[in-house]
Design a protein around this ligand. Sequence first.
Ligand code: SF4
Length: 494
Amino acid sequence: MPKLLTKTRFRRACQCLKYLWYSFHKEEDIPPPDTQSLFRMQQGVYVGKLAQKLFPDGVNAQIHKDFQGSIIKTKELVNQGKTFFEGSFQYTNAFVRVDIFVPNPDCFELIEVKSSTAAKSIDISDVAFQKYVIQKSGTRVDKAYLMLINNEFVRNGDLDYSQLFTKVDVTEEADEIIRDFEVFLQEINEAICSQNPPNMPIGTHCDDPNACPLKPLCWANVPDDSVFTLYRGKKLAEELQTAGIHTIGEIPPTTRLGAKQEIQYNCARNDNIHIDAQSIQRFLERIRYPIYHMDFETYSLAVPPYDGLKPYQRIPFQFSVHVEHENGEIEHKEFLAPSEETDTRRAFIENLKESIGEQGSVLAYYQSFELGVLRELAEAFPEHQEWVAHISSRVIDLYEPFGSFYYYDTKQKGSASIKNVLPAMTDLSYQGMTISKGDEASAAYYYTVHGFWDGTRMSVEEIQTKRAGLLEYCKLDTWAMVKLLEKLKSHINN
Ligand code: SF4
């Protein structure tokens, strides 16, 4: 059977026709989803199943491995006026399987379930595509909805599905999109029929709505000083690329740049590192010994697992603290919640309290994250409010010298993320680690708790390996902070 334009492929087409082309011609070249994407997708499937509970009379319209049978069964259910899930509709080479369809006699409703709390434009385009295919296949759609997670929901005992979800009417927006559909579908079909991938330049679309998995291919030869590394300059980068300018060093001197972009420009042109010694000095003067380099790891779920939590509220499960004493001595303290399904927040704050003394500065890298988690912990455990207020008042953000460009090296590629700053400034990096990103750590912890990975049950050894990876990852985050602070000091003292 020839490949069909499914919802997934349509969403890829909305992002980039080259991505779509690979879906049809070289699917094997598209890297499989990474751990965090897999985690997101699995949450989406789970949320989809929960939404079905709002329709207790609904039936499954899908017949396993019977494509034509599923289409026929769907048609029968429409005619019978029965609510159904996973109904199949086809029009020419376009095929959709809808999450929920409610064929009330006076109003046929199409419902697409999403695990997010806000409607994204790609989701509305997705609904428009489904509405178009269903209508063209001969079934009317009077109303089109996105069913989203209600971000005001707070768990209290058993889940109340009618409160957990919120339904957003997107009929008008979908119809607006459908009006221009014929032209877009023609472009899609031309791309599908082409022997070669469309010549799509890289751009902002490569990360919108998600990072395209083909980035390692398309972005392979992008240099460190690519115009796409310009600070908050993606649109400008696209204009420069269209004009044939690919590196920051090539930007004409008459181009209007922001202050941080100007720093990047000078670094690229002069092949040097920017150091604003005065600002670094002022920053360093605020820090007091002992210095607590502190980092948290959290996970969050669409459906809050414990009472008092909102959807996607952060649940801290791990921290690392490197304590730097004035005499040069360095201690390491850490906490990783056990691999069991339990609310980890109380143990987290109690252990953190034991790890941080009454005096000295507390360094975080991008403090709004750690401060936000502490604030939520204080709300959940009022008995720790005073301590949280005290520790929060001592927090200093090590991100500041990099985010404010007191220090900038072209090797950072326009980013002040610790993942970019660390290898630019030291000989350390996150490469080759079992776990090398925060999102990956969240997913890894969740999987070790539930004892499966990629749908397969994990052995005790595998769980231990992942836990060792978590400890190693979080420890590097705070060790990196020790090293970055040391480097900043060395630039002042030289
Ligand atoms: S990386 Fe960018 S240009 Fe390449 S296929 Fe993906 S979206 Fe298109």
